[in-house]
Design a binder for this molecule. Structure first.
Ligand SMILES: O=P(O)(O)OC[C@H]1O[C@H](OP(=O)(O)OP(=O)(O)O)[C@H](O)[C@@H]1O
Ligand SMILES: O=c1cc[nH]c(=O)[nH]1
Ligand SMILES: [Mg+2]
Length: 209
C-alpha cells in the first residue's frame, strides 16, 4: 500500500487557492498566496516530526518544553518551488535548503536537470521536495530520485496543485513518499498543463509569461 496522498481540506487553503488560480491575480499577490498556502501545508506535512524535551526558563520558573529533534532539508525545484521554500524557512528557520534546478522540456515533457546543490551524503533526517505543480510527475520523480541518492532517511513531497496522472506516476515511482497537496485537479490537457490548474507557476510568480 503506497504512502497517503493528503489533500488539505482547510477552508483557508480553499479560499487562497481561488485567488491563486484566478487569471486576474498579478505576481505580487500570487507570490503571497503561494507563501501562505505553503506554510499551512508545511504544518500539515510535518505533523509527525520527532520532538525532544528542552528545559526552558520562563519569567516565573523552569519548565520542560518540546522542540523539533529532526533535521529538515527543503529541496525547492527551481524555479517555481522557490516561493514555497522561502515561506517555509520562515516557519522552520533551522531547516537547510538544497536548491535543485529542473525544467520540463516543452516538446518531450521530460525533466532536464541544470543545477544540483544536494549533498553527496545524508546530512538531514527528513528531506522535503517542494514544487507547486505535479503534472506528469516527471519533475517530482526526478527530484526524489536525486534526493534518495543522498541517503536521506525520510522523504516527503509537498505541492500546491496536482493532476491525477502525476499522483499515480509519483506513487508508482516512490511508493513510500507521502504526498501533501492543496488541491487535486481534474486532468492534464494535450500539452501537459493541469486543468483547471493555474497556468505556469514559475511564470506567474516571477512575471515572465
Ligand atoms: O510534473 P511535470 O510534468 O514534470 O511538470 C511540473 C513541472 O513543471 C513546472 O516547472 P517548469 O518546467 O515550468 O520550470 P519553471 O519552474 O522554471 O517555470 C513545475 O514547477 C514543475 O517543476
Ligand atoms: O499546469 C502546469 C503544468 C506544469 N507546470 C506548470 O507550471 N503548470
Ligand atoms: Mg514554468
Amino acid at each position: 500500500m503506497p504512502a497517503p496522498v493528503n489533500v488539505s481540506r482547510h477552508p483557508l487553503i480553499q479560499h487562497k487557492l481561488a485567488r491563486l488560480r484566478s487569471v486576474e491575480t498579478k505576481p505580487p499577490e500570487f507570490r503571497d498566496q503561494v507563501a501562505e498556502i505553503s506554510r499551512v501545508l508545511l504544518f500539515e506535512a510535518t505533523h509527525d516530526l520527532r520532538l525532544a524535551p528542552t528545559l526552558v526558563h520562563t519569567p516565573l520558573t523552569e519548565t520542560t518544553c518540546q522542540t523539533i529533534a529532526d533535521q529538515v532539508g527543503f529541496v525547492p525545484v527551481l524555479r517555481a518551488g522557490l516561493g514555497m521554500a522561502e515561506a517555509m524557512l520562515e516557519a522552520l528557520t533551522e531547516a537547510t535548503v538544497w536548491h535543485l534546478g529542473l525544467y520540463r522540456d516543452h516538446a518531450t515533457l521530460k525533466p532536464v536537470t541544470y543545477y544540483n546543490k544536494l549533498p553527496p551524503k545524508p546530512t538531514m533526517d527528513v528531506g522535503i521536495v517542494l514544487d507547486p505543480m505535479l503534472a506528469t510527475g516527471g519533475s517530482a520523480i526526478a527530484a526524489l530520485d536525486i534526493l534518495q541518492k543522498t541517503g536521506t532517511p525520510r522523504l516527503i513531497f509537498i505541492g500546491l496543485i496536482a493532476a491525477p496522472e502525476g499522483v499515480a506516476a509519483l506513487q508508482a515511482a516512490h511508493p513510500n513518499v507521502p504526498i501533501h497537496l492543496a488541491a487535486l485537479d481534474s486532468h492534464l490537457n494535450e500539452v501537459g498543463y493541469i486543468v483547471p490548474g493555474l497556468g505556469d507557476a514559475g511564470d506567474r510568480q516571477f512575471g515572465t509569461a
